[in-house]
Design a protein around this ligand. Structure first.
Ligand SMILES: *Cc1c(COP(=O)(O)O)cnc(C)c1O
Length: 340
C-alpha cells in the first residue's frame, strides 16, 4: 500500500523513508548486504572520503507504470558507470550483483514510498560509494562503504515541462580535460558549486560550462548533458570532461528511431545561435527544455522561444513512455521489479 503522501506536492529533495542498505568492503572482500533504519553513517574521522574526496554516486529511478508494474531503467548502465567512477579514483569497484541486489532491496523495503502512476512523482534511487577507511598520507582507503537509499521525489519542475533560462559561464571550470569530469564523483559538483549557486540566485535554472582549454566549445550543464536540434538532427557535445549521461545515450537512440540524424561532436559556442531547439538532459527531468542561454560575461543571449520544441516534446514523451510502460520497450531498457 502506498503511503498517504501528497505526491503532487513533493519537492525534488530528500524525504525520509524507512530503510537503507549498506555493504562494506573490508579485508579484501565485499561483505553481506545489511539493512539499516538509521539515516546516519558512523564514519572514521580520517576516512579518505572526508579528506581526499574518494566518493562517487549514482542516480536512477523506479517508475510505477500505468499497468501497475514498477520498472527500473537501464540499471546496468548505472552499475557500469559506478565501476568506472571507482576505477577513476582508485576505489574498490562494486560488483554488478552487489549493486543490483542492493538497489532491489532498498526499493522493495520501501515499496510503500513508490509514488502512484500519474502523480508526476517517482522513487529516486541514490547509490553511493566512498572510502571509509582511515589514511593520513595520500593513499586510497583499505575500506569502502557502498550504500543505497531511496527517496520519493516530485516532478523536477513544479511548473511542468516548460523551458528554462541557463547561464553560460567562463570564470569557473567544472572539470579539466584529463581530470574527473567523465566520472560521477562529488568533487566535480564541489568544483562547480560556486557557479551553480550563483546562477540559481540570478534566476537561472542551471549553468552551462565551456571546455576548460579554449573556452570555445560547449561542455555540459551542471548536472545534465546538453543537446541542440536543427535540420532534423540531434547534436550533443563530444568532450573528455563531460559525464556520459544515460538519458542522453537513450535520447540519441530514440532520435535515431524517430528518423533524426544524430551527431556527437564538438559544439562551438557560436553554433548556439543556429539551433532550433536546445535542452539539458538527465535522469531527474529527462529533458529540461531551454528557452535562452545567456553568456554571463558578454551578455550575449541565444533564444529558443517560450514553448517547448516539437522534437524535444516527442523525445521526452517517448522516453517517459518507455519508463512508465506506455510505449514499447524495443531496446530492452527496462527491468520489471516483481512482487511489488
Ligand atoms: C548524473 C549526471 C548527468 C546525467 O546523467 P544521467 O545518467 O542521464 O542521469 C549529467 N551530468 C552530470 C555531471 C552528472 O553527474
Amino acid at each position: 500500500m502506498s503511503k498517504d503522501i501528497n505526491w503532487g506536492e513533493l519537492p525534488f529533495g530528500y524525504f525520509k523513508t524507512d530503510y537503507n542498505v549498506r555493504c562494506y568492503y573490508r579485508d579484501g572482500k565485499w561483505g553481506e548486504i545489511e539493512v539499516s533504519s538509521s539515516e546516519y553513517v558512523p564514519v572514521h574521522m580520517a576516512a579518505t572520503a572526508l579528506h581526499y574526496g574518494q566518493e562517487a554516486f549514482e542516480g536512477l529511478k523506479a517508475y510505477r507504470g500505468k499497468d501497475g508494474k514498477v520498472r527500473l531503467f537501464r540499471w546496468q548502465e548505472n552499475a557500469k558507470r559506478m565501476r568506472n567512477s571507482a576505477h577513476g579514483i582508485l576505489m574498490q569497484e562494486v560488483p554488478d550483483e552487489v549493486f543490483y541486489a542492493s538497489i532491489m532491496k532498498a526499493i522493495k523495503l520501501n515499496a510503500d514510498y513508490i509514488p502512484p502512476y500519474g502523480t508526476g512523482a517517482t522513487l529516486y534511487v541514490r547509490p553511493l560509494l566512498f572510502g571509509s577507511g582511515p589514511q593520513v598520507g595520500v593513499k586510497p582507503a583499505n575500506e569502502y562503504l557502498f550504500m543505497v537509499f531511496v527517496t520519493p521525489v516530485g516532478p523536477y519542475f513544479k511548473t511542468g515541462f516548460k523551458p528554462v533560462a541557463v547561464e553560460l559561464v567562463r570564470d569557473v571550470d567544472r572539470a579539466a580535460p584529463l581530470g574527473t569530469g567523465h566520472i560521477k564523483v562529488g568533487g566535480n559538483y564541489a568544483a562547480g558549486l560556486r557557479a551553480t549557486e550563483r546562477a540559481h540566485l540570478g534566476g537561472y535554472a542551471s549553468v552551462l560550462f565551456l571546455d576548460a582549454i579554449e573556452k570555445k566549445y560547449i561542455d555540459e550543464a551542471g548536472p545534465a548533458n546538453f543537446f541542440g536540434i536543427k535540420n532534423n538532427t540531434y547534436i550533443t557535445p563530444q568532450s573528455k570532461s563531460i559525464l556520459p549521461s544515460i538519458t542522453n545515450m537513450s535520447l540519441e537512440q530514440i532520435a535515431k528511431d524517430l528518423g533524426l540524424t544524430v551527431e556527437r561532436r564538438k559544439v562551438p559556442f557560436d553554433e548556439l545561435g543556429t539551433f532550433e531547439e536546445a535542452g539539458a538532459c538527465g535522469t531527474a527531468a529527462i529533458i529540461t527544455p531551454i528557452k535562452k542561454i545567456v553568456d554571463r560575461e558578454s551578455g550575449k543571449t541565444f533564444s529558443y522561444g517560450e514553448e517547448v520544441g516539437k522534437i524535444s516534446t516527442k523525445l521526452y514523451h517517448r522516453l517517459r513512455g518507455i519508463q512508465e510502460g506506455t510505449e514499447e520497450d524495443t531496446h530492452g531498457w527496462t527491468t520489471v521489479i516483481e512482487g511489488i
